[in-house]
Design a protein around this ligand. Sequence first.
Ligand SMILES: Cc1cc2nc3c(=O)[nH]c(=O)nc-3n(C[C@H](O)[C@H](O)[C@H](O)COP(=O)(O)O)c2cc1C
Length: 186
Amino acid sequence: MTDLINAILNRASQPRLTSPGPGRELLNQALACAARAPDHALLRPWRFLVIEGEGLDALGEVFASAVDDPREPLDADREKLRSMPRRAPMIIVGICSPKAHPKVPEVEQVMSAAAGLGYLLLALESAGFGAMWRTGSVAHHPAVREGLGLDAGERIAGFIYVGSVTTPKPAVPRPRPDELVSNWPA
Ligand SMILES: Cc1cc2nc3c(=O)[nH]c(=O)nc-3n(C[C@H](O)[C@H](O)[C@H](O)COP(=O)(O)O)c2cc1C
């Protein structure tokens, strides 16, 4: 088994995170891993925001603003939304920025962004940090997209919460490959 296979098989999302988050050098390496995602026509259909410190409170305000948004009032607890970003010392927002291309439909660009976030998680986890990919109703709300400065065609692929693990998550049952895989033709 390679180190990489071992790291992937033993990875788990970690919801309970605290300071410190990763330093600049590791963060840059992890973001470089995200940018190694398979990318049809090399469109680079992704970008990232790194949010820390008071930026997390600003993000909480943006989340809370969705409750009163007249376009799409979000039926959620305002205070809970406001405090959500403080569940970790760092949040990396993965943004899919689809580019118009005759051979690369938007869905392929969204998949590329998602693959990159998977690599980002693996890089951070293999360096000893905990991380968790979250979205929730806020990720697709116009007040949040606008508050984070997304262009009209951009979408939030995920909020990657990152930090040091406080209490590791209990083991999650994993599917066996034979439950998911069949030969074709049978
Ligand atoms: C696109 C996407 C969005 C997700 N959003 C949430 C979320 O908002 N809240 C949550 O608890 N888990 C969310 N998850 C699931 C967790 O990130 C995690 O994968 C799941 O808890 C299983 O844990 P594991 O990664 O250890 O298998 C999301 C996963 C993906 C791929």
